[in-house]
Design a protein around this ligand. Structure first.
Ligand code: NAD
Ligand code: MLT
Length: 557
């Protein structure tokens, strides 16, 4: 149950735009939290005009969320209203959303993947039987007054081989139902283990083999660059003569022109299609649709009361969670962490933020960062046993990266930090080791810039949330990462620390804490001063002028 907005939040109610039909239950849920506009007839151009000012966009498969629409949504509309933060897809397929652009812009994309699995699988079976028994054609002919039995002779599915391409949620459900019909099932899915297939009582084979063994081929993969036209002329050639093909997944998986040719040549005995490369199908596709051997439905796989209600409620809850910065289970482009784990991870996220900001302020301003190496040592590096975070370090790494990049780039968040790092040519690595000295857990960032040696900052947590910076490059320190900090590197000689403190005192700047770390007596050393206010450029210059000081940096954490 999502909490209702409190009085202060009500003043700045979030705005949600819904552009495809979703069940009223979902709209009602969204309205408990946000101002909701439902606009079902917008053209792409109109949506581009309308989107600015909305915090969330909720769609099904009808709305194409293009780069232009996302860019328009991420702009300020000048009325102090929100920018687009989340795109909610009330269903599973996100091929109608430019997820790459959304990620770059820091917009979360979230779907409701499991809500319509059963409905889609049942529809597949309905299409399989409709196709094998020619029910749609018989229905039309009888209703037009023709009693014709010979023409509608069908085939049994019992004992036939069903080739499943894509053994995910829907594919697996179809397997269970098809086995109930007495079918023998073979499947191809390069990302699924034989163990999983074994649980379903079937064997996995390679793509070509499945195509060549099957009497019925049913597609259940997402539409991606890799799966686009995965079944075309070449694949039809590999199939048995008289094969029947079912597609209740995505138009675009089958090359429709090749399918039409294969049906016309008699190679394919029939096809059942719920989805099309263009929806509604273009006039060019009509010839395929009108073939007697083809059974069609207008993308009805998920069109049941049950699936629509579940998808609308799921997506409303996820969109609300996203807008409330709560964990979102089905975010496509963001790491999900269980709410119970979040409690244990939160203090590390605060430490991560400090370490990221500190690293950013220590490197030379104009030098390009080439590497961002994160290391987890001790309990946190050994799977987090004592930390309660169960090895979930990726979110902590992203938090460091986000804070680091935010120092230089606007609009970086948990969604786009990794993408922005990649785009700007920063190589991000994560290493873990159980061994450690002195601390139970240690997190460090080592940055490599084009013009400077590597810089390392490391921090730890004492107790439940006492944050400490414990290493700066090779030096051990014990500084609290808060407010303004002056970090001076110097040669460990007399008359350095005193003059620095005097300059600060003369400038009216109170020193709240001080730490010195050194390699060895007389060697290089570092001094970390927590000061109660900012330090002017003049004072910084004066400190830089103290003999044996190499470098001074003022950082704000
Ligand atoms: P899913 O992600 O659970 O399963 C997809 C499976 O495809 C995964 O197991 C994946 O490993 C596999 N896969 C990916 N690339 C592959 C490839 N090149 N070859 C073989 N397998 C590959 O998704 P799902 O919920 O089962 O949905 C399956 C499809 O059905 C999606 O395209 C979805 O959009 C569509 N769908 C359509 C309707 C409808 O209304 N017609 C309803 C629900 C789902
Ligand atoms: C989906 O991807 O969930 C399906 O296409 C169902 C739909 O949204 O109509």
């Amino acid at each position: 149950m999502n909490p209702k907005p409190n009085e202060s939040e009500k003043g700045k109610m979030k705005k949600v735009l819904v552009t495809d039909h979703i069940s009223e239950e979902g709209i009602k849920k969204l309205r408990e939290f946000a101002e909701v506009d439902v606009e079902l007839e917008l053209s792409n151009e109109e949506l581009k005009e309308r989107i600015a000012g909305y915090d969330a966009l909720v769609i099904r498969s009808g709305t194409k969320v293009t780069k232009e629409i996302i860019e328009a949504g991420s702009k300020d509309n000048g009325k102090g209203e929100g920018k687009l933060k989340v795109i909610g897809r009330a269903g599973v397929g996100v091929d109608n959303i430019d997820v790459e652009t959304a990620t770059e812009k820091g917009i979360m994309v979230v779907n409701a993947p499991a809500a319509n699995t059963i409905s889609a699988a049942e529809h597949t079976i309905a299409m399989l039987l409709g196709l094998s028994r020619k029910i749609p054609a018989a229905n039309v002919s009888l209703k037009s007054g023709v009693w014709e039995r010979k023409k509608h002779m069908g085939v049994e599915v019992n004992g036939k081989v069903l080739g499943i391409i894509g053994l995910g949620r829907v594919g697996s459900e179809v397997v269970k139902k098809a086995k109930g019909l007495g079918m023998r099932v073979v499947a191809y899915d390069p990302f699924i283990s034989q163990d999983r297939a074994g649980e379903l009582g079937i064997t996995l084979s390679n793509f070509k083999e499945v195509l060549s063994l099957a009497d019925f081929v049913s597609l259940h993969t997402p539409l991606t660059k890799e799966t686009h036209h995965m079944v075309g002329a070449k694949e039809f050639e590999l199939m048995k003569n008289g094969v029947r093909v079912i597609n209740c997944a995505r138009g675009g998986l089958i090359d429709e022109r090749a399918l039409k040719d294969a049906i016309k040549s008699g190679k394919v005995a029939g096809a059942a299609l719920d989805v099309f490369e263009e929806e509604p199908p273009s006039s060019g596709e009509r010839e395929l649709l009108e073939l007697e051997e083809v059974v069609v439905t207008p993308h009805l796989g998920a069109s049941t009361e049950e699936a629509q209600k579940a998808a609308a409620i799921n997506i409303a809850e996820e969109v609300i969670n996203a807008l409330m910065n709560k964990p979102v289970r089905n975010a496509i482009n963001m790491i999900y962490v269980e709410e119970e784990l979040m409690g244990a991870i939160k203090p590390y996220l605060v430490l991560a933020d400090k370490l990221g900001r500190l690293s950013a302020q220590l490197i030379p301003k104009s030098s390009r960062t080439e590497q961002f190496e994160v290391s987890y040592e001790g309990e946190i590096g050994a799977g987090g046993a004592g930390t309660g975070i169960a090895g979930n370090t990726r979110l902590i790494t992203v938090a460091m990266l986000k804070s680091f990049l935010s120092w230089f780039i606007d609009g970086v968040n948990y969604v786009n930090a990794e993408t922005i790092a990649k785009k700007t040519g920063i190589k991000v690595t994560e290493s873990k080791t159980e061994s450690i000295e002195n601390f139970s857990s240690l997190i460090s960032i080592t940055t490599t810039t084009q013009s400077e040696k590597k810089r390392t900052v490391a921090g730890t947590l004492f107790g439940k949330g006492d944050l400490r910076i414990v290493r700066l490059d090779g030096f051990r320190v014990d500084a609290s990462p808060s407010g303004y900090m002056l970090i001076c590197s110097f040669s460990d000689k007399p008359r350095v620390i005193g003059p620095v403190c005097t300059i600060l005192g003369d400038g009216g700047i109170n020193i709240a804490g001080m730490q010195v770390g050194r390699e060895k007596a007389g060697g290089e050393a570092v001094m970390v001063l927590n000061v109660d206010g900012s330090v002017s450029g003049d004072i910084m210059e004066e400190i830089k002028g103290v003999e044996n000081i190499f470098d001074v940096k003022l950082v704000r954490l």
